[in-house]
Write a protein that binds this ligand. Sequence first.
Ligand SMILES: *Cc1c(COP(=O)(O)O)cnc(C)c1O
Length: 388
Amino acid sequence: MSKNFETIAIRTQTERSLHKEHSSPIYLTSSYKFDDAEEMRALFANEKEGNVYSRYSNPNTSEFIEKMCLLEGAEDGFATATGMASIFTTFGAFLKSGDHIVSSRSVFGSTHQLLTNVFSKWGVTFDYADLDKPQDWEGLIKPNTKMLFVETPSNPGIDIIDLEFLAGLAKKHNVLLVVDNCFATPYLQQPIKLGADISIHSATKYIDGQGRVLGGVILGSKDLITEIINFARHSGPSLSPFNAWILSKSLETLAIRMDRHCENALKVAEFLEGHEQVKLVKYPFLKSHPQYEIAKKQMKQGGGIVTVVVKNGVEGARKFMDGLKMFSISANLADTRSIATHPATSTHSKLTEEQRLEVGIEQGTVRLSIGLEHIDDIIADIKGALNS
Ligand SMILES: *Cc1c(COP(=O)(O)O)cnc(C)c1O
């Protein structure tokens, strides 16, 4: 069978039931029965593969995981109820008291909270490093460092770091490289193929892509995922079969959706770059992006998020957002519907002004998640709002 991305995403399916359904059914079952006492014993002893209990595995989550593994080039995976559950599970499985993480500074808000308020309670320390200063990372690795954690492109700064470079550092110092690949999706960037140990997604974003369900997935080698599973089976962050079914269906259209998200976003970025109300535009595939060459090397296209700094600070940003007629004002991203977010007063309001500036968030910064509406309507809405 063909090994191309679209075909894998569409044609990877669990076995049909006796009804020979074309589309995979939903297996809403908490547990499974065994043919006899011996089969039950063998499954519990890991001597035989099969479903035991849906906290461990379920045909729908298995189908979703199998697709994600094939799409990213990972040996194995585990699916969770949310993206944060994937990050928590990864930290929980690999870190113990006294360990240290080097993380990219501009991580998702809840990841920042996990590092500062949750894992710190359990004696795990961390240092932040900047994506645009790769030369700083090695100096922050200490004898007790266990993990490099990175989001690239970052949210909302859209900074980028060379994943092959970080993978080299991780190997040299014998630490794990964990990548939150949520913004890029496996269609645009495949961290494991670039040398990362673990790739994590919030499937809530582009993998669903339609703003319906929450989900997450952790991908890596068989050995590492075994450690993840040993932790997750008992802590219980599992994805529901229904959401797994939705996400597996969504993967069937990921490639075609991402192509359009990226095409629309690039056009928006190019439009904004020349506009007199705009101070700065950040988009990976704009030639003006400081890490444009790295983006070109490790990403297939630039993604669906454009970050813009409008003139006149918070006033300018508010006027722009209130002038948008079609865009939704929401904290979410990666939906079919275009969304505008003002990070300084929402997703990143808990940071100090200084911390925000360190991750490239100004008062005038607006994050635009470019949807799948017609490009002419998207640009007309932005144009109208900037001129208001
Ligand atoms: C949304 C997001 C998360 C968290 O995912 P949830 O599904 O909301 O828990 C993690 N990382 C990034 C980069 C995100 O955008």
